[in-house]
Design a binder for this molecule. Structure first.
Ligand SMILES: [Fe+2]
Length: 435
């Protein structure tokens, strides 16, 4: 891809795009001095391809609606070989988060980047890696992670990941971290109410603004709430260091929106299903602001801000053939961000990221006819039932047996089989919490 093609595709993507010029590499002339307090969530990079990557930071200012930062990309950690430099806007409307797409990079190459404000206050230095070219036959090494509840656990797996990566030989180092979802847990416990869970310490994530109390949890009800929860997770030093050390490729699971939510529906234990279109938009906006990625947003071009569509809370009562609610606000809310996408890593890896929770139908295990499956323990289903759910209308050629073998006898009680299952069963007794 040449510079003209890159700029054309970046414009379609809506990026603040800069094009590296390796032939003009020079030492930095920016008066950068690291001031991590000015960039409390550090830096991050996301969704690299073989020529470009998205770089991210957050620089909250006390006044004004827009400021500009200087972004530099270098081949060296000391910025003696800067190949790209540009001004990037940081907007209050995006919670002071900032993204830029840098192109013209070499494949499978490590780069370093940093942001500096006009007073010389600089972010920490970030490290990122481009993807290998599509013809590169070398194996691709990556780590996958998920379910990082900062509220209920230490994130030291990242510390170990960085520690091992820094000591690995060049061909054994990780190319990227694949995050399979639950980057946040929107269900926040307060230590003064719940000091321990699963015998673990509950860590203080502050108070979620405008929160709704659900069982022992406080959940966001608006954009301010989700932003708070993202910041609280990225404030974790291990998560923050990992984002500065590896490029991340992220897709959401359920907790980026709501514990038992799907589409624009929310449901909490002991209460009915509720439509929550504005909440879905708020969740999408906060994800877009805090996770640098090549997702598409309905508001069109621009990496500066999300520009949420106006949606109303309205009953969702009609569905298409796939169980997707046809109510216009549901369509607009879910469609405010399209997160599913595909990425290429060298000759052997096509990474197809699916977004199940945004589009799935209501959980079939909530239906009355599924009651026969309920063993009274954690809702783990027999293998045959999982195959039926996965196969959908095509299961057994569209002619399922009239009676499942599993329905003629109680489901296995997995809680008796392993310590993990006992833990899961305990979670049910204490107000179950899935994934
Ligand atoms: Fe999870």
């Amino acid at each position: 891809m040449n510079r003209r093609d890159f700029l054309a595709s970046a414009a379609a993507f809506g990026a603040v795009a800069i094009w590296a010029r390796p032939s003009r590499a020079a030492a930095s002339r920016v008066a950068w001095r690291e001031d991590r307090a000015a960039y409390p969530q550090g830096v991050a990079s996301g969704d690299p391809d073989d020529r470009s990557v998205i770089l991210w930071t957050r620089r909250p200012f006390e006044a004004g609606a827009r400021h500009d930062l200087t972004l530099e990309v270098s081949r060296d950690a000391d910025f003696s070989s800067v190949i790209a430099s540009t001004r990037v806007p940081v907007l209050a409307a995006a919670d002071w988060t900032c993204r830029a797409l840098v192109g013209g990079l070499a494949p499978a190459t490590v780069y370093w980047y940093r942001f500096t404000d006009d007073e010389g206050r600089g972010s920490r230095v970030g490290r990122t890696i481009t993807a290998p070219s599509a013809s590169d036959p070398r194996p691709v090494r990556f780590a996958f992670v998920s379910c990082q509840s900062v509220n209920e656990g230490a994130q030291n797996a990242y510390r170990r990941m960085i520690w091992e990566d820094e000591r690995a030989s060049a061909d054994q180092r990780l190319a990227f971290v694949l995050h399979l979802g639950d980057f946040i847990y929107e269900v926040v416990e307060y230590p003064n109410e719940v000091p321990h869970r699963y015998a673990r310490t509950v860590y203080d994530l502050g108070r979620v603004p405008d929160a709704r109390k659900v069982a022992n949890f406080h959940v966001p009800t608006n954009l301010a709430g989700y932003r708070h929860v993202y910041r609280a997770h990225i404030d974790d030093p291990d998560i923050q260091d990992a984002r500065a050390h590896f490029p991340f490729v992220c897709i959401g699971d359920n907790h980026e929106f709501s514990w038992r939510g799907w589409q624009s529906f929310i449901k909490y234990p002991g209460s009915k299903v509720e439509p929550a279109q504005p909440l879905r938009v708020a969740a999408n906006q906060a994800w877009w602001e805090y996770i640098p990625s090549r997702v598409r947003k309905a508001s069109g071009a621009g990496l500066e801000q999300f520009r949420p569509p106006a949606v109303a809370k309205a009953p969702i009562e009609t569905f298409d053939d796939h169980g997707f609610g046809t109510e216009p606000n549901n369509r607009a809310a879910v469609g405010s961000m399209t997160a599913y996408r595909a990425m290429r890593y060298g000759k052997h890896v096509d990474l197809i990221l699916t977004d199940h929770h945004s589009y799935k139908a209501a959980d079939p295990t909530d239906r009355a006819e599924a009651a026969a499956l309920d063993s009274g323990e954690y809702p783990v289903l027999p293998q045959e039932w999982m195959e039926i759910v996965d196969g959908g209308r095509d299961y057994l050629g569209g002619k399922p047996r009239r009676r499942s073998r599993s329905a003629t006898r109680p489901s296995p009680i997995f809680a008796r089989m392993s310590p993990l299952s006992q833990c899961l069963a305990a979670s049910r007794r204490h107000g179950s919490r899935i994934g």
